[in-house]
Design a protein around this ligand. Structure first.
Ligand SMILES: Nc1ncnc2c1ncn2[C@@H]1O[C@H](COP(=O)(O)OP(=O)(O)OP(=O)(O)O)[C@@H](O)[C@H]1O
Ligand SMILES: [Mg+2]
Length: 241
């Protein structure tokens, strides 16, 4: 288990400043939700942490290691896993082949152990090993994409909307699985999630990112789940459960 810390991150696309001095910490073993309206900069922040985007200012730390100068694959080596928005699987390959691809740079033994571990965790995938990923249901495909980034048993999981496009029941099941991952594997998780009420049920804390500038910490999930405090925060965005 590791602590993830980001300090004073600034990102601009051209002249448009998206993140203006964002700092946050995800403590060892915590699940923290990063919430905020569309375009707030949530995916941008995850890309910075994963190393796909270089900030103009600021640092990313894993415990006392400064990850800021490291390339994406070096961060993977340090235990950071990144579930990209939309998930990423190879549609023409089978589930088994996708799992192999997700662990291509591991030794044969590490790969076998990793794949065994994710199949024990996502038991439904065991019955789908020979199916082409393009033929999976949306929910099965999201689970496969998640399994692929977990083969290395990462210390930290950055998950960008893993439940997007799923029915309410499948959203609930997937988030429960992420909760279980945190409890049983001890994975430290930063979760971007649009299903805020579902997310608040499984996280220790939530951080709201509004227009890439303000951050409000929400640590009393129960209070936020009552009344319309959340809707107010999101400028009138209403969720129907
Ligand atoms: N490569 C890019 N070039 C220019 N602008 C970009 C680029 N990527 C993102 N943006 C802009 O930066 C802002 C933040 O985008 P980002 O994807 O981080 O938002 P988000 O909070 O993840 O939104 P969503 O909830 O819709 O996924 C948006 O206004 C977006 O249009
Ligand atoms: Mg996004």
């Amino acid at each position: 288990m590791h602590e993830l810390k980001i300090e004073n991150i600034h990102v601009a696309y051209g002249k448009k400043a998206v993140l203006r001095g964002i700092s946050l910490t995800v403590k060892k073993g915590e699940i923290v939700a990063l919430i905020g309206p569309n375009g707030a900069g949530k995916s941008t922040l995850l890309k910075v942490i994963a190393g796909f985007l270089k900030p103009s200012h600021g640092q990313v730390w894993l415990d006392s290691n400064d990850l800021t100068p490291l390339a994406t694959h070096e961060r993977v080596g340090q235990g950071i896993a990144y579930f990209m928005q939309g998930g990423k699987v190879f549609h023409n390959l089978t589930v088994a082949e996708n799992l192999e691809m997700g662990s291509a740079t591991l030794s044969a033994l590490e790969r076998e152990n990793g794949i065994t571990a994710v199949l024990e965790f996502f038991t439904n995938l065991k019955n789908l090993l020979d199916r082409r990923a393009g033929l999976l249901s949306g929910g099965e495909r999201q689970v496969l994409a998640l399994a692929m980034v977990l083969i290395r048993r990462p210390q930290v999981l950055l998950a960008d909307e893993p439940s997007v496009g799923l029915s309410p029941k499948l959203v609930h099941q997937l988030l429960e699985k992420i909760h279980e991952l945190n409890r049983t594997w001890g994975t430290t998780i930063l979760l971007v999630e649009q299903n805020i009420r579902e997310a608040l049920n499984i996280v220790h804390r939530a951080i709201a990112l509004i227009n890439g500038t303000a951050i409000a910490e929400i640590d009393e999930a129960a209070r936020w789940l009552q009344g319309n405090a959340l809707e107010k925060l999101f400028f009138g965005r209403i969720e129907h459960d």
